[in-house]
Each structure stands twice: as C-alpha cells, then as structure tokens.
Design a binder for this molecule. Structure first.
Ligand SMILES: [Zn+2]
Length: 339
C-alpha cells in the first residue's frame, strides 16, 4: 500500500503492519530512502535523509504511524544523504552505527561537510540556470534530483550539525522489541568501508541501504566492487545469515526482490568487464569512456553519469595495480552529488 506523504520530499509505503519505507522523491531534500520499524515498545528509524527538514517529517510520520517518538536510529553508512538528518532524533533516540562508520562520519564526513558548505550556493545557481536553459522536459527532470539536493542543503546549512552515533557495534547487533526483532548486519569495504543492512526476520524484509540500488546506477567509487559482489552473493546464498527474505528496500529506487540483487551483481561484473576491455585496448581517455555505450539492460536507469564515473574508477584501479607509483586519488567529496 502506497500513500503520499504531505510534502514533496518522499513518499511512504507500508510494507507490512508496522514496517514502512520512505522513498525519496526527485526534487525533494530527502535524496536517499529511509525506513521506520515498529519494534513494539520502541520505533526504529533506518537512515535520516540529507537534511534536518526532511528528517523532521520522517520523525513526525513515525510518531503518527507507530505511536512512538523514535528510540533507535541506524546510520547505515557515512554518506551525507543518509545521516545529515541525525540531529532531529536526539536526545530521545540512540544513534547506532558500526565503529568504522562513526570514525568515517568524524573524518571524511567532516571534510565533506566543509566542502559542501563552500560550494552549495554556487552549485545551486549553476543548476538553476542549466534548468532555465534546458530545451526538453527530460533535461529539466534530470536536473531536478540535483536541484533538490543543493536547494535542501542551502536551506538547512544554517542549522545543520553533523551529529555522531552514540552507540556502536562491530559486526552484528540485535534489537529485540516486544513486537519484532531487527538484525543489524555489517559488511566491510563494499559500497563504503562499512555498510550496514537491517534484516527483519519475522517479516522477510531487508533494508539494504546503498548495498542495493534499484533502477538507479550505483556508485562504486568509494568502496570495493569485489567486496560488494561478495556481500551481495553472501546475502543471496544465505551465508550472511539472511534467510527467507523476499523484499529488499534499496538506498535509492523502489523496493526490489532477489532479482534486483542478482541484477546488481551482473551490473558490477559488466562494469568490471567493460573497464578491463577498455584498459587492455588502451582506451582510457575521457573521450573513450564517454563514448562507451551503457549496456541495454541498464540504459533506462537513473543517473547514467555514475556509469561513466564507475568506469573511470575501475580504470584508475587497474592502472594503479600495474603502476604502483601512481597515487590513488583520495575519495574526498567532489563538487557533485554522490549517493
Ligand atoms: Zn552511499
């Protein structure tokens, strides 16, 4: 059952009694998906969006739908579109993450905050003038996600404070409520150095965050594609301890199934294969990558520019494997959106 939230930041979907997914709307200031789970005696929030404004709506919806002010919040990884709404859930909620994610919020995340504060006004002006000059509705629609991102930041930066988790774990953590249990399961080095998924064993639902993108090009450049494949395969074959799951809520895009996990496995392998072929043929220039067609299976996915970013990242990896003297570019925030 889907029902539209009153604002333009996200739409809510009830996955089963007491479990809701919030899907970010293009042009809004949520940017990533989030979840809310009625544990019975407490309400769990999974990720807090890009902005405090969007997070305030999530908090209010959670209270309205579950009858509780959220008492637990999970930060699945350190990327800003999943954690910059943290501040609205304190002091009532424990903010939970892996130890590594907390360190990343404090280090790379702090740099990201400073970088984005410096560029947001100019990026927003630039995007708005691009939209004004756009010739087609499709071009305007493609700019909406980015405009929502920077307009949301511009509005919220005066009060936005990066708020750190106060409760950390290493590999797994169970949250036992009076109504249901949530399993937090961490993976290393896949989408980022540390990514957490939330498994609801009684409901067959997994909140995958950015270990899954559905109908949306994933961003490979801040982790390890090989480790990401291992993580997805361990979920698919049951070795990660996730069994009988049927619905998988991604970090970006609509709810998926095991078919979508398998398709992401195929996508990562296809990107690796394409980049290896380009590398072997010496086609490593910007123009070579830009003229590479997106495989038909992914041609309609949102954010095609991530496909090209992924190829550049993989090519750079292969070059560094051969020539160790080449420095590996640090993964600091770019002047653009990175999910
Ligand atoms: Zn991410």
């Amino acid at each position: 059952m889907a029902f539209q939230n009153a604002t333009r930041n996200y739409s809510l979907d009830s996955l089963c009694d007491g479990v809701y997914a919030a899907f970010a709307s293009d042009g809004g200031a949520a940017i990533s998906n989030a979840g809310m789970v009625d544990l019975g005696d407490s309400t769990l929030i999974i990720d807090t969006f890009l902005t405090p404004s969007a997070a305030e709506e999530l908090r209010a919806d959670a209270q309205r739908l579950t009858g509780h002010i959220p008492g637990h919040v999970v930060n699945t990884h350190y990327h800003n579109d999943h954690i910059w709404g943290n501040q609205v859930f304190t002091p009532e909620a424990d903010l939970i993450s892996t130890i590594k994610t907390r360190v990343l919020i404090q280090t790379a995340g702090k740099e990201e905050y400073d970088d984005y504060r410096a560029i947001t006004s100019d990026r927003l002006k630039d995007l708005l003038s691009q939209k004004a000059a756009a010739q087609t509705e499709a071009q305007r629609a493609a700019l909406d996600l980015m405009i929502g991102y920077f307009a949301g930041l511009e509005r919220d930066f005066p009060r936005l404070r990066v708020t750190l988790p106060n409760l950390v774990f290493e590999n797994r953590m169970g949250l036992y409520g009076s109504r249901r249990r949530a399993e937090l399961i961490a993976f290393s080095g896949a989408h980022t150095s540390s990514d957490t998924v939330v498994f609801l064993p009684y409901d067959g639902i997994v909140f995958m965050s950015d270990l899954l993108f559905v109908g949306f090009h994933p961003y490979l450049g801040d982790g390890s594609p090989d480790r990401w494949l291992e993580a997805l395969n361990s979920i698919l074959d049951g070795t990660a301890g996730i069994e009988n799951a049927e619905r998988f809520v991604p970090g970006h895009g609509p709810t998926g199934t095991v078919t979508d996990l398998q398709q992401l496995v195929d996508y990562i392998r296809d990107c690796q294969h394409i980049a290896q072929t380009l590398y072997k043929e010496g086609k490593t220039s910007q123009a070579d990558v830009a003229s590479t067609p997106i495989p038909a299976a992914y041609a309609k996915w949102t954010m095609p520019r991530f496909f090209y970013a992924n190829l550049h990242f993989l090519l750079e990896k292969y070059q560094n494997m051969v020539n160790k003297s080449l420095p590996v570019k640090p993964n600091t925030a770019s002047n653009s959106f990175r999910p």
